[in-house]
Design a binder for this molecule. Structure first.
Ligand SMILES: [Zn+2]
Length: 243
């Protein structure tokens, strides 16, 4: 029973080091949905951030292109391929490489949303991070959203070049500090006994399981692409990297 459970748990290497571009891992399961490994550097779609893409290389040199990464059963992570005929052996060791350029843009945009959420002071009702743009939805009056002001203030905070930190707290500690949860639509994962937080000292502290840059200066600068009214509680601020 426990062996089976362990087999369906994928160690999330990106949690401790989001900068890992390559590693190796063992195949623990293969089905039509995807390939499950004992550990991975591929981030699975979640918390508004899209899943990673990249390649798995078999011992015989055959590449398996990964077009998406999703959460599977229990704590497994599925590496989604287009060609289900590509079936590595259970126990086989694969070389993993993520599409680093794409992922690094996601890390920069994702961290930029943390900064943005401190410039626009309102409950966050939604969000999404894609390689080319990212957005947050706020429960706020449209008249309070000024694109130029938001862009200027967000970039001023980014220019401080502050190192980010990962902090873990217990479920009980989080319950005692409900003000930490800004995102109303995405509740932090519970039940594991502890919750992961991203801290940008002096700027932001909130539960988040995503991948972030080590220093907000790496974001560079952002542009506000548009501000849209997507409903009474969804005033959408869309951003892109300036470069
Ligand atoms: Zn985050």
């Amino acid at each position: 029973m426990s062996a089976q459970f362990n087999a369906m748990t994928t160690e999330r290497l990106f949690r401790d080091d989001a900068y890992l571009r390559e590693t190796s891992a063992r195949v623990v399961d293969v089905d039509e949905r995807g390939i499950t490994l004992d550990r991975t550097i591929f981030y699975p779609q979640g918390g508004g951030q899209v899943g990673d893409t990249g390649v798995l290389v078999r011992t015989n040199g055959e590449p398996i292109v990964v077009v998406d990464t999703r959460k599977g059963d229990a704590d497994a992570i599925l590496h989604v391929r287009t060609d289900a005929a590509l079936r590595p052996e259970i126990g086989e060791t694969l070389k993993l490489a993520i599409d680093w350029e794409r992922r690094y843009r996601l890390m920069r945009l994702h961290t930029a949303l943390h900064v943005l959420s401190c410039v626009v002071v309102a409950p966050v009702t939604g969000g999404n991070i894609a390689p080319d743009k990212a957005r947050l939805d706020f429960d706020i009056d449209m008249s309070l959203l000024d694109a130029q002001k938001i862009e200027r203030e967000t970039n001023a905070l980014i220019a401080r070049g502050i190192a980010t930190e990962t902090v873990w707290i217990t479920d009980e500690e989080l319950d005692a500090r409900p003000e930490l949860v800004k995102t109303m639509s995405v509740k932090p994962p519970r039940g594991a006994g502890r919750v992961r937080l991203l801290r940008i000292p002096g700027i932001d502290l909130q539960p988040c399981g995503g991948t972030h840059v080590a220093n907000i200066g790496e974001i560079g600068a952002i542009r506000v692409l548009r501000i849209k009214n997507e409903g009474r509680r969804n005033r959408r601020v869309e951003i892109a990297l300036a470069d």
